[in-house]
Ligand binder design. Structure first.
Ligand SMILES: Nc1ccn([C@@H]2O[C@H](COP(=O)(O)O)[C@@H](O)[C@H]2O)c(=O)n1
Ligand SMILES: C[C@@]1(CO)OP(=O)(O)OP(=O)(O)OC[C@H]1O
Length: 157
């Protein structure tokens, strides 16, 4: 078994939605990012790369590479799934927490879990997406950005 953790933050900027777990969530702001700025998927990718001791998302998809400009982050997750399988592992479970006052994640959590399960070739029951505010404290609390943290357990295939 292998365990991994990931964390990602993006600042809010211009726009009218935020991508979270591959779901387009309406919001009064967008995020500033090279890709689509999906903090759920970026944190989850980093957890998987960490569990495999394969570095981080920036090593696999450099933010200096024009190929990843405005990229759909689900392709990053599918690549992490390929590496996981290639190294002889399957997903035991994943637990993701979105940190921010808004947008509210609850109404979209099921759709996010479905996307993540599909991209990881896993079962929805192995994937958790939840959220918390920071009680208006800090940069998330002031609505300056959004964060996510993820933990994964990988099992031998
Ligand atoms: N972006 C968010 C933040 C929170 N939630 C839901 O609200 C509950 C209460 O949050 P607290 O930080 O006050 O504990 C939380 O447990 C989530 O169910 C959310 O959906 N989206
Ligand atoms: C995802 C990548 C892709 O170029 O860029 P960003 O969308 O800016 O996201 P970040 O979480 O900063 O991770 C770095 C990059 O790998």
């Amino acid at each position: 078994m292998r365990i991994g953790s990931g964390f990602d933050v993006h600042a809010f900027g211009e726009g009218d939605h935020v991508m979270l777990g591959g779901v387009r969530v309406p919001h009064g702001r967008g995020v500033v990012a090279h890709s689509d700025g999906d903090v759920v998927i970026h944190a989850l990718c980093d957890a998987i790369f960490g569990a495999l001791a394969l570095g981080d998302i920036g090593r696999h998809f450099p933010p200096t590479d024009a190929r990843w400009r405005d990229a759909d982050s689900r392709q990053f997750l599918r690549h992490a799934a390929v590496l996981m399988a290639r190294h002889g592992y399957t997903l035991g479970n994943a637990d993701v927490t979105v940190i921010g006052e808004a947008p509210k994640v609850g109404p979209h959590a099921q759709a996010m879990r479905e996307n993540l399960a599909a991209d990881l070739d896993s079962e929805i029951g192995r994937i958790s997406v939840k959220a918390t505010t920071t009680e208006k404290l800090g940069f998330c609390g002031r609505g300056e950005g959004i964060a996510a943290q993820a933990c994964v357990l990988l099992e031998r295939a």
